[in-house]
Design a binder for this molecule. Structure first.
Ligand SMILES: Nc1ncnc2c1ncn2[C@@H]1O[C@H](COP(=O)(O)OP(=O)(O)OP(=O)(O)O)[C@@H](O)[C@H]1O
Ligand SMILES: [Mg+2]
Length: 542
């Protein structure tokens, strides 16, 4: 512990074990959110012991008794000229606690005492407060108010899941990249559901060189995905395929929207499914639809007319699956993703929401089954970007059920969720409240703030009020991953970002250059080419 403590004030007025007021000289008052330290006495193992109580300045107030708002400006000027203006400054600090000998955070039971000095918290004590042993630490950045103090989170906190919440453009994806880097270094198996291809460049450094962990990363893409980037841009891309004939009847009913109590429809579909399985090893939804359309011919084989009618009704439901265009002739085994110390980015860009949702459902269900049955024994971290799409507050999706199951039971087996969203108000509240740690970045929308407040009792009113004031890359972190709430500035990534905003100004400048290249002559040429193209099209139609 530093021996040069800087005294900045004295505890005044009423103080409790949770909060206290302190007075400072006007030029020594620490700023809001600064960490301060005071000493108190606690009973430890029946003995009174001096402890270092850490607190955070929540409010700073200044006032004058001579310069009151009732006075005329000229009178105020005279008071100042005569040197009679008084100024006092005081602050309100919230007690965070003290660390016991084993480094656990303890809440004081006794009130801190008026008259005791208040010091600026030294960096070494703050670092002890906000970091964890190397094996356990996820190094995310630095304290906003004390940039020399590194902040880490406890990997153990993932056992109760994590939510990363912020309005668009505040740094959620950037931060998730930081966490992925840390987890991969520590041996995590990570699955990233990535609707916008924001993570496809993680295997590269900021300088577009090969990242030292690139061998531990794979990008998966369904053949139906048009992809935001080409395979050549991304590098190594593996297909993620689902073979329709590998699905069970229950799964086909689920994706077709056939409820289990539609017994005749389920049975009718079942007959067609069994027939098809006996005829072909590999088939597509179109084949099943064709089979159903021949249901009238089943009369000869004694099938109950109700079931035949059920099969005909199934056609309407199955049409939706035919349109999904996600199925191929082979299924990718999830063991390709479930590898120790490995990141699998599932690039869902360019797919319909429904198809992305279905792929998410398949992957998460397979992962859960493999981990719960003990086939895969290492911790798995499942990141769901745009989580409100997969598990919305209203409406149903394929993946909502399995996400809820992982949220409720995953920790028993070692599957941990990281839900990322810009619209906490639109995500299912059960899923959000199962996330016992939250990293919240800039958030101005009151509906979203309320959704966050009601899902986390740890986020006090003052922190909530401060969310709109956070800058890009700054975060409030609460919950089981930290000993006390932290305001952190997220560190720089070593991996390349994907999907950052387009350079609008640069692109518009090149649009001007392009437009200027169009002289009247080549504009004429362009028109002629357009006309040729048009006539060609017309000729082609004839
Ligand atoms: N900690 C940081 N350090 C440096 N730059 C950052 C940091 N966090 C975010 N940025 C920059 O801010 C921009 C927006 O960040 P990011 O894409 O992570 O936001 P987002 O919250 O995921 O937004 P969206 O909701 O649109 O996906 C990016 O261009 C990124 O480079
Ligand atoms: Mg993002």
């Amino acid at each position: 512990m530093s021996d040069t403590l800087k005294e900045v004030g004295v505890i005044i007025g009423e103080a409790s074990s949770n909060e206290f007021y302190f007075s400072s000289k006007p030029n020594e008052m620490p700023s809001r959110w600064e960490y301060v330290l005071t000493y108190s006495e606690e009973d430890i193992d029946g003995q009174p012991k001096k402890v270092e109580v850490m607190a955070q300045v929540e409010r700073v107030i200044s006032a004058s008794q001579a310069l009151t708002k009732e006075l005329d400006f000229s009178v105020i000027e005279k008071i100042i000229e005569a040197g009679l203006a008084d100024r006092k400054v005081w602050g309100k600090a919230r007690v965070l606690g003290y660390l016991n000998e084993s480094g656990d955070l303890q809440q004081p039971k006794k009130a801190v005492m008026p008259g005791k000095p208040v010091y600026i918290a030294p960096a070494d004590l703050l670092e002890k407060f906000y970091s964890y042993p190397e094996d356990e630490a996820i190094k995310v950045g630095y304290l906003i108010t004390r940039s020399e103090v590194p902040v880490s989170l406890s990997i153990k906190g993932f056992r109760r899941h994590l939510a990363i919440i912020a309005q668009t453009g505040s740094g959620k994806t950037y931060l998730s990249g930081v966490i992925v880097e840390e987890l991969l270094r520590k041996g995590g198996t990570i699955i990233m559901l990535d609707p916008h291809a924001d993570y496809v460049f993680l295997s590269q450094t900021n300088e577009k060189k090969r990242h030292e962990l690139s061998d531990r990363m794979t990008i998966f893409r369904n053949p139906a995905s048009t992809g935001r980037y080409t395979n050549a841009e991304v590098g190594k891309v593996e297909p993620y395929e689902i073979c329709f004939s590998d699905l069970s009847l229950d799964e086909i009913c689920l994706i077709s929207g056939i409820r289990s109590d539609y017994t005749n429809i389920v049975s009718g579909l079942g007959v067609a499914f069994e027939q098809l399985k006996n005829e072909k090893a590999v088939f597509q939804p179109e084949d099943l639809l064709e089979k159903i359309q021949q249901a009238d011919s089943w009369k000869d084989t004694g099938v109950d007319p109700k079931i035949i009618n059920g099969a005909k009704d199934a056609a309407r439901y199955l049409a939706r699956v035919v349109k999904m265009r996600v199925f191929t002739d082979a299924s990718t085994n999830v063991s390709k993703m479930l590898r120790p110390r490995h990141l699998s980015v599932v690039d869902l860009s360019g797919l319909d929401d429904e198809v992305s949702d279905y792929i998410g459902f398949r992957i998460l269900s397979d992962i859960y089954e493999n981990v719960a049955s003990g086939k895969f024994e290492y911790p798995v971290f499942v990141f769901v970007e745009e989580a409100h799409r997969f598990i919305p507050a209203q409406g149903s999706t394929y993946s909502a059920g399995i996400i809820k199951k992982i949220a409720a039971e995953g920790r028993k087996f070692g599957v941990f969720l990281v839900l990322i969203t810009q619209r906490p108000f639109k995500i299912h509240s059960d899923a959000l409240s199962q996330c016992n740690s939250q990293i919240i970045m800039r958030l101005t929308n009151p509906q979203d703030q309320n959704a966050v407040a009601s899902s986390s009792e740890r986020l006090g009113q003052t922190l909530l009020e401060d969310l709109p004031g956070l800058n890009k890359g700054e975060a409030v972190i609460v919950g089981e991953m930290t000993r006390a709430p932290i305001m952190a500035r997220i560190r720089k990534r070593t991996t390349r970002e994907g999907g950052s905003d387009i350079d609008i100004i640069g692109k518009m400048k090149s649009a001007i250059e392009k437009a200027n290249e169009e002289t009247p002559e080549n504009e004429g040429e362009r028109l002629r080419n357009d006309l040729r193209g048009f006539l060609g099209d017309e000729e082609g139609k004839q």
